[in-house]
Design a protein around this ligand. Structure first.
Ligand code: MN
Length: 192
C-alpha cells in the first residue's frame, strides 16, 4: 500500500485548507495509517485484498487503518482550488435537486450532519444501487461501503483535519469546504 499523491500543489486549497494542515494531514496522519497497515497485513487473511475488501471484512487495528486510508484517499482526491460559485453540473446535480429540493438545502443538511457528529468521524454522501443519494455519519474510521453504499463525497470531521486553521470552529470549516469540492470528480464517482 502506497501513500497517494495529492492531485494539486500543497498550497492550492488555501485559505480553506492550509499547506501546513495538508502537510500534517497527508504527510503525517495518512502516512502513519499506511505504515501501520503495511506492518499489519503480511501473514494476515487480508493480504492481497483491496482496501474496500479489507474494510468490509476486517476488524480491530486492520479495519481502523485500512478504513482511514480508504477514507482519506477519497477525501484528498475530491478537492480543487477555491471557486466562488462551486456546484455540480451533471446527473448528480439533478438527483440532488430531486431528493433534497435544492443544492443549498442539500449543503445545509450535509454540513449539519458533519457539525453534529460527536467526536471523530466522517459525514458521507453515497449512492445506493438504484442511484439514490444517502447522507450518513460514520464514527472513527467508518466508510459507507460496509453498508453496501458507494461513497461519493466526504467531510473529515476529525480535529486534525481543521484544527490548525479553524481551531474549534468546525462548522465554519465545513462551510468553507464547499468552495473547494471538485464536483467533476464527484460526478465521475456518481456515474461509475
Ligand atoms: Mn483525517
Amino acid at each position: 500500500m502506497n501513500l497517494i499523491e495529492l492531485p494539486y500543489a500543497p498550497n492550492a486549497l488555501e485559505p480553506v485548507i492550509s499547506a501546513a494542515t495538508l502537510g500534517f494531514h497527508h504527510g503525517k496522519h495518512l502516512q502513519a495509517y499506511v505504515n501501520n497497515l503495511n506492518a499489519a497485513l503480511p501473514g494476515s487473511p487480508y493480504e492481497g485484498m483491496s482496501l474496500e475488501e479489507i474494510v468490509c471484512n476486517a476488524d480491530g487495528g486492520i479495519f481502523n487503518n485500512a478504513g482511514q486510508i480508504l477514507n482519506h484517499n477519497l477525501y484528498f482526491t475530491q478537492f480543487r482550488a477555491p471557486r466562488e460559485a462551486n456546484a455540480p453540473t451533471g446527473a448528480l446535480k439533478g438527483q440532488i435537486e430531486r431528493q433534497f429540493g435544492s443544492f443549498e438545502t442539500f449543503k445545509t443538511e450535509f454540513a449539519a450532519k458533519g457539525a453534529g457528529l460527536f467526536g471523530s468521524g466522517w459525514v458521507w454522501l453515497s449512492a445506493d444501487e438504484d442511484g439514490r443519494l444517502v447522507i450518513t455519519q460514520e464514527p472513527n474510521a467508518g466508510n459507507p461501503v460496509t453498508k453496501g453504499l458507494r461513497p461519493l463525497l466526504t467531510f473529515d470531521v476529525w480535529e486534525h483535519a481543521y484544527y490548525l486553521d479553524y481551531q474549534n470552529r468546525r462548522p465554519d470549516h465545513l462551510k468553507a469546504l464547499w468552495t473547494i469540492i471538485d464536483w467533476d470528480e464527484v460526478e465521475r464517482r456518481y456515474a461509475e
